[in-house]
Design a protein around this ligand. Structure first.
Ligand SMILES: Nc1ncnc2c1ncn2[C@@H]1O[C@H](COP(=O)(O)OP(=O)(O)OP(=O)(O)O)[C@@H](O)[C@H]1O
Length: 316
């Protein structure tokens, strides 16, 4: 395994009885990056996280996390990772500070070091004013922050985040995203994120993989994934029907939208394509009222890739 990969997996397989959940998953996640695993309900995201975090064994394949083999060096893997989300450990009856100190005890930190880390984390996560409040009085956003802070007590190199912002309002989501980004940039931590929020993956992840039918059907940056599916077009709007009809004759592959006096021309929206469209309009002495470029968003990508089990597409 290369020292540069925080997570490296080859051919991971897992079945439950007759049900094949993971059918040969490969992952290469560079250190200090955010990786998002997307997939519809039941695609196997949690199963993948459970294998990588040593909670369950795979039926086949190999994985290394933070440089350690998940089977032969499971204790080392556990010492190097943090897991938050559905296995959240926050105790509502304790204060924020007590929760952090309890975590420090679990990691066998000396009392003084535990206190120092707890104070640092409360400060970093803006929780110092609430340190002495019981967590049952916390908002969802504060709880998530504390959950993340508790994961950091053990100074993990890799953090698995399962749907980190589900149920939070937009402001709290943004705040959490910033905190997560900060962990990657300041501390070089690697984040493995599972989410069903495509905007979360879009905002946060350096690379995204889409899991469907037990396989990774696409992988790349958000931009690469968006470029991969058809749907980009240039939209021209005209002042009247005559203009629209004339333009439709020039761009015979275009799709007419007569209600809006608009024409959608398939194309990728690069400057060259836009220039070619404008040149053709000029040559036909036509003038559009507006020109807009539409690119598919991650929702389109997700729907296109997960409609039915697919053959894997080669990685970009
Ligand atoms: N312990 C188990 N025993 C039997 N089947 C299981 C077990 N755990 C998971 N499965 C099945 O494996 C499949 C994948 O589940 P998994 O929880 O990994 O999916 P997921 O992508 O995380 O889904 P979600 O988005 O709904 O959380 C599902 O069909 C699930 O029913």
């Amino acid at each position: 395994m290369s020292a540069m990969h925080a997570i490296h997996a080859e051919g991971l397989r897992k079945s439950y009885g007759e049900k094949l959940v993971l059918d040969g998953i490969g992952l290469r996640i560079p250190e200090a990056s955010v990786f998002a695993l997307l997939g519809p309900n039941g695609a196997g995201k949690t199963t993948a996280v459970q294998i990588l975090s040593t909670l369950i064994g795979a039926d086949g394949g190999e994985a290394r996390v933070a440089g350690y083999d998940v089977v032969r060096q499971a204790d080392d893997v556990r010492r190097s990772i943090g897991v938050t989300g559905q296995f959240a450990a926050v105790d509502g009856l304790l204060t924020a500070e007590e929760n952090l100190l309890l975590m420090a005890d679990l990691h066998h930190l000396p009392r003084r070091e535990g206190k120092r880390r707890a104070a640092d984390l409360l400060e970093r996560f803006d929780l110092t004013p609430d340190a002495k409040k019981t967590v049952s009085s916390f908002s969802g956003g504060m709880r998530r922050k504390l959950d993340l802070a508790m994961t950091l007590v053990g100074e993990p190199r890799v953090i698995f985040l399962d749907e980190p912002t589900t149920g939070l309002d937009p402001r709290s989501r943004r705040m959490l995203w910033e905190l997560i980004r900060g962990l990657v940039e300041d501390r070089g931590i690697t984040i493995f994120l599972t989410t069903q929020y495509l905007d979360e993956a879009d905002q946060l992840a350096d690379r995204i993989a889409v899991l469907n039918g037990g396989r990774i059907v696409a992988e790349g940056t958000s931009e690469e994934l968006k470029r991969r599916i058809p749907g980009s077009h240039i939209r021209l709007r005209f002042g009247g029907e005559d203009q629209l009809d004339a333009a439709a004759r020039v761009f015979d592959v275009a799709q007419r939208d007569p209600e809006n006096l608009a024409l959608n021309i398939p194309g990728d929206g690069t400057p060259g394509t836009v220039r070619a469209v404008l040149d053709l309009l000029d040559a036909a002495r036509l003038e559009a009222e507006s020109l807009t470029v539409h690119t598919p968003d991650l929702d389109d990508v997700f729907l296109a890739l997960t409609e039915k089990p697919q053959q894997p597409v080669p990685a970009l």
